[in-house]
Ligand binder design. Sequence first.
Ligand code: ATP
Ligand code: MG
Length: 433
Amino acid sequence: MSANVESERGFRDILGAEAESLERLVAAARNHFERYGYRPIILPVVEPTDLFARGVGATTDIVEKEMFFVSDGHTHADQLGDLCLRPEGTASAVRAYIDQGFDKSDPLQKFYYSGPMFRNERPQKGRYRQFHQIGAELFGAALPAADAEVIAMLRTYLESVVSAGRFTLRLNSLGCAVCRPEYVRRLKTFLAANRDALCEDCRRRIETNPLRVLDCKNESCRAILREAPHLTDSWCEACKSHFDSLLQRLKTRKVDAEWDQWLVRGLDYYTRTVFEVTAEGLGAQNAVAAGGRYDGLVELLGGVPTPALGFAIGVERLALVTGANSVAPRPKIFLASTSETTRTTAEQWADTLRRELPAVGTSVEVWTDLGGQGLKRQLQQAGKLGCAFTLILGDREVSEGKVILRDMKKSTQEDIELSIESLMRRLRERLGL
Ligand code: ATP
Ligand code: MG
């Protein structure tokens, strides 16, 4: 026998309860976001690396350390790195928005997406090299009402899939092109004066990405940062009133959100509002969703200046919070047969039932024997599948226009009429549909 081919570290097969749970979260998001007028957008997995270097920022962790590069098979050594597997969806959505000319023709657009993202990180619980995100992006809306709607949509979605109270939503404002540069200058001066006491990463970031220093988890850095100049004090009037209005609107809409004056996000494109949702019980990888406003990104990527904002949810992490057992088992029935003739009849009735049985939240699974098994084996299979009922199509019964309805739990049987009305009536009754 040849050696097994195994999957690459950080890349996993997802199946069983976890796969069901991820699919359910994506379906619920689609359903929820559509109520706010969001439309699907399906984005390429491979993108020019430059899109993220410019869009996300060349000095961010994502671009500096976490990219997966791809080759088209003809790539020259000096081009290696020109193409990559997408690490996030926002930059791609912005590229698509500009490509379609929406910035010029029809700026207000709402998109949602879901799919795999790739980051070359050290794999651990809740952190994979291929993971899945559900994201939403709203273009062409500058008012704080837009921030409030996006945050409310995220929060109500999360609460629809997990019982309330398990999430904390924190938000802050990073200022804008008017007020941030001055703040960054003040912060740089402060950090440079305290350089020796900062960790190595922070020291490097003083020049490359000083805002990120505010996000350092290192205790000794945190202690120094308590004395740092405050971003809040640098907000211009417009940023201040935007943030005040957002907080007010969230309050009126009864959206639970906390202002965290230290919150910054690792991506360069954010302006003004940023937010993050964390959940209990996830350990170090406790961020389930994050987002914010990126008013400068459309212009940065070559479009007409357009305000925009959005968020991304980490689906695996959300599934860890909701728990796989939150997926209700689907009701199942089995159509057993006793001969070649009734097998064909069973197949036809199975198709009819698949068509006619209503889906109440979840569909009913209808099974038939595909292994040429005897009746006893078929009943065993039905039991193992967890079927509530088996319809036994015996030759005699079928010739008399009947079928046996066997209750798998009670092991009781009764003859019922083999007609669509009678089957539907009985199954609906028994399955509680
Ligand atoms: P973290 O601080 O955990 O590294 P991040 O700031 O890099 O997160 P974002 O780029 O904002 O994350 O992505 C949004 C969400 O995607 C995160 O809140 C998280 O739930 C999820 N996510 C990010 N990276 C991973 C990963 N490697 N594996 C699984 N989920 C991830
Ligand atoms: Mg990260």
